[in-house]
Design a protein around this ligand. Structure first.
Ligand code: SF4
Ligand code: SF4
Length: 411
């Protein structure tokens, strides 16, 4: 059975590994879809993965309104019934038993809200997709600067309080994509929060909420779910030579000390699990092999279980990855604010990531998709004000021009 961990003040012990439904397996090119409602999701494989995960002790599944263009929620509605039938028995009784073993989470698409009625409208649509009359965990999706004002403008918290009271939502939380200062503002916005979800991995200790955010949320009694423990799968890709050499040397030292060697995936996941304030991590797995690897890693998860040598290895690997960065941006933020609103370090980071971890223009476009349009390179007027503020003397407007062209490459 997988390790179970605490979840803030919530009376539920989540498994160390949660099942993320954002990167479900896809049908091979040319293969016919079984049902248009599920888009290009390989339903047979996805069902088998959820069944295997539940049987192994995974007790939390996470989806969201936009995942797979809406097909993820519809798939989960179908899969809950299929897996319940296989593992717990037929009909409503089987589903009820499965719901006791597997908690369901989805998220309100905050960026789509245009009127107060939209909270109820989207939530009803989500329950219909999921074929459920309640969800165990509900998150306000992707909170960032300006979100607290939006919560108030559209009465989101009042609506959520009613849904909590009538039992259609079990627990309320939020997922987050912005700087640490905004994170504090969001955490402090209401006492209704019981948990949050942040991006966290050994490359992102100081990115977005980061370690400070993790500790702040934990001090406030929130459960903390970690998303992107592999940085969107980038840390699972074949690493650059310098990084591979460091992993390999560290594994040799582990073996000499009688410890098992680790794959790059396991190195990344164990880094997250070692933090006691982390409740559990979500991994968006796309194949049965990835699920099996993550389950095996989760079976070895333990808080605080890193040696000094392991920690030194992470630090060296981080430096080695950063040394591959084409743009020498240190994220010091002296160049901000840009008069045109460009989020300069974030835009430069999108390009750096696409080069460091591979993935090219498609990966950059995906990351760009999370940025508000006014903050992208397209807003740059080439005024050059930022250049004289940059201690690295980066030719920022030139890089922005290059990035604009890079994300537009259609391949
Ligand atoms: S050059 Fe572009 S990014 Fe730099 S300050 Fe001017 S508008 Fe902003
Ligand atoms: S001032 Fe230069 S190094 Fe600092 S964040 Fe801006 S671009 Fe990056």
């Amino acid at each position: 059975m997988l390790q179970q961990r605490s979840f803030g003040k919530i009376d539920f012990r989540p498994s160390a590994l949660g099942f993320g439904a954002m990167r479900l397996p896809q049908l091979a090119e040319g293969a016919a879809a079984t049902d248009d409602a599920f888009g290009r999701i390989d339903v047979e494989t996805a069902d088998a993965m959820l069944r295997r995960a539940v049987a192994a002790g995974v007790n939390y599944v996470d989806t969201a309104y936009p995942y797979h263009d809406g097909a993820s929620e519809r798939w989960l509605g179908h899969a809950l019934r299929t897996v319940a039938g296989d593992l717990c028995g037929p009909g409503d009784a089987g589903l009820a038993e499965l719901r006791g073993r597997l908690k369901v989470a989805t998220k309100l698409p905050m960026w789509k809200l245009e009127a107060r009625e939209d909270c109820e409208r989207y939530f009803s649509e989500q329950l219909e997709r999921l074929q459920l009359d309640s969800v165990d965990f509900y998150l306000l999706h992707g909170l960032r600067a300006g979100s607290v004002a939006k919560l108030r403008e559209y009465g989101v918290l009042e609506w959520a309080e009613k849904a909590l009271a009538d039992g259609r939502i079990g627990h309320l939380g939020f997922s987050f994509h912005d700087q640490y200062a905004v994170f504090e503002e969001v955490v402090d916005a209401t006492d209704l929060w019981e948990f949050c979800q942040i991006q966290y991995n050994f490359m992102d200790e100081e990115f977005q909420a980061g370690t400070r955010g993790l500790e702040y949320a934990a001090r406030k009694g929130l459960g903390v779910i970690v998303m992107e423990p592999l940085r969107g799968g980038r840390l699972a890709r074949r690493p650059p030579e310098a990084v591979a050499a460091l992993w390999s040397a560290a594994n040799a030292r582990r073996e000499a000390a009688g410890e098992a060697p680790r794959t790059p995936v396991e190195w990344a996941l164990q880094w997250v699990w070692r933090h006691e304030d982390v409740s559990f991590l979500l991994s968006g797995m796309s194949s049965m092999e990835q699920l099996e690897e993550n389950l095996a890693c989760a079976g070895r998860a333990a808080a605080g279980a890193q040696t000094e040598d392991d920690l030194a290895t992470y630090s060296q690997v981080r430096d080695a990855y950063l040394a591959c960065s084409p743009i020498d941006c240190t994220n010091c933020r002296y160049c901000l604010p840009c008069p045109s609103g460009v989020a300069i370090p974030e835009v430069l980071g999108v390009y750096n990531d696409a080069i460091i971890y591979g993935g090219g223009p498609a990966a950059a476009r995906f990351a760009y998709g999370w940025m508000p349009e006014p903050q992208r390179a397209e807003s740059c007027t080439q005024c050059h004000d930022c250049e004289e503020l940059c201690p690295q003397q980066l030719a920022i407007p030139d890089w922005l021009e290059k990035i604009r062209a890079f994300v537009a490459i259609d391949k």
